[in-house]
Design a binder for this molecule. Structure first.
Ligand code: PBG
Length: 333
């Protein structure tokens, strides 16, 4: 540093003196437009059913879709991502391809009520399989069960087309099968949906932070775990490989999931790709803030905004978050 340029000449605190100056020099700020609100539609319900492990979040009946869609637009929320809970499940998750299933019905209702709302659908079979895994099972030579990659991506492609037909704007595969982005892109294009975008859950870790979601979407695996298809939390270089492969296969946007324990990965993918980047502030990240606040340990609003800011600062353009409505409220939307 040149002589004379340190303290007391240089004083970073000058720019922290008033709220107005701090606002002027703030590098990262939040806007409701950056938030994507995840919603669980349960076709067996007539009224909302609170999710005990996610305070403030409920499974919704399809009849709630219209009002919610209008409300999200009113609050300037960037979009919504839909998950479905069907009345019946099967071994392959084929009920997830039923055009009268909960997701396609909810998409139709939401787009009819609020055509400008960006509606994204989660494409995965775990909500629809009776065993809770993200794919079709087969027995390996050693007798262990495993998820059959190539059989599964056929079903995912069917589900994606069904969501596109229902009116979804963006298709988001969350299964972590190899080759599914290319398969879905090809299927959409062949079916006349070349203008429907794919948001790939490109980098999805086998994480304990999904705990509350498995109650929310009733999709906990009945045996084993998802380590055979989701990523190992120790790996960051592999994240760049996954991101590059999905980009090559035609993904329009990428996602890193979870967010908080993977801020370094968000930054790394941001630097490696020019595609828009989403991060999923997942169920466990949401619930642990609520639990700590309820125990009187933290100020929920303050920590929520700090967490959301950190995810944007790490490099995410948009955040899938259950905090979307509360955060938008605080932002004065
Ligand atoms: C799989 C899926 C999961 C989440 C989103 N899509 C669960 C899983 O992989 O076990 C988790 C989201 C969250 O925890 O909020 N369809």
């Amino acid at each position: 540093m040149p002589s004379g340029m340190g303290f007391p000449v240089i004083r970073p605190r000058r720019l922290r003196k008033t709220a107005q100056i701090r606002a002027l020099v703030r590098e990262t700020s939040l806007n409701p437009r950056d938030f994507i609100y995840p919603v669980f539609f349960n076709e067996a319900l007539d009224a909302p059913k609170p999710i005990s492990t996610m305070p403030g979040v409920s499974q919704l009946p399809i009849s709630a879709a219209k009002e919610l869609a209008k409300d999200l637009v009113r609050r300037n929320i960037g979009g919504t991502i839909l998950f479905g809970l069907p009345k019946t499940k099967d071994a392959k998750g084929l009920v997830g391809c039923d055009p009268n299933g909960p997701v396609s019905r909810a998409v139709q209702e939401m787009k009819a009520a609020a055509p400008e709302l960006v509606v994204i659908t989660d494409v995965c079979v775990d909500e629809y399989t009776d065993h809770g895994h993200c794919g079709v099972l087969r027995k390996r030579a050693d007798g262990e069960m495993e998820v059959d990659n190539d059989a599964t991506i056929e079903i995912l492609a069917k589900m994606a087309i069904m969501h596109a037909k229902a009116g979804a704007d963006i298709i988001a595969p969350s299964d972590m099968m190899d080759g599914r982005v290319g398969k879905i892109r090809g299927a959409l294009d062949e079916s006349g949906f070349s203008d429907i975008a794919v948001l790939s859950y490109a980098v999805k870790y086998a994480s304990g932070f999904y705990g509350p979601f498995r109650e929310a979407a009733d999709c906990a695996p009945k045996f084993g775990d998802r380590a055979g298809y989701q990523m190992d939390p120790g790996n960051a270089r592999e994240a760049l490989r996954e991101a590059a492969l999905d980009e090559e296969e035609g993904a329009d946007m990428l996602m890193v999931k979870p967010a908080l324990a993977y801020l370094d990965v968000i930054r790394a993918v941001r630097e490696a790709s020019n595609l828009p980047l989403a991060a999923y502030n997942v169920s466990g990240e949401y619930s642990m803030l609520h639990a700590a606040a309820k125990a009187g340990m933290i100020d929920l609003d303050r920590v929520m905004m700090e967490v959301l800011t950190s995810i944007r600062r790490a490099g995410a353009d948009m955040i899938l978050t259950y905090h979307a409505l509360a955060a938008a409220e605080l932002l004065g939307a």
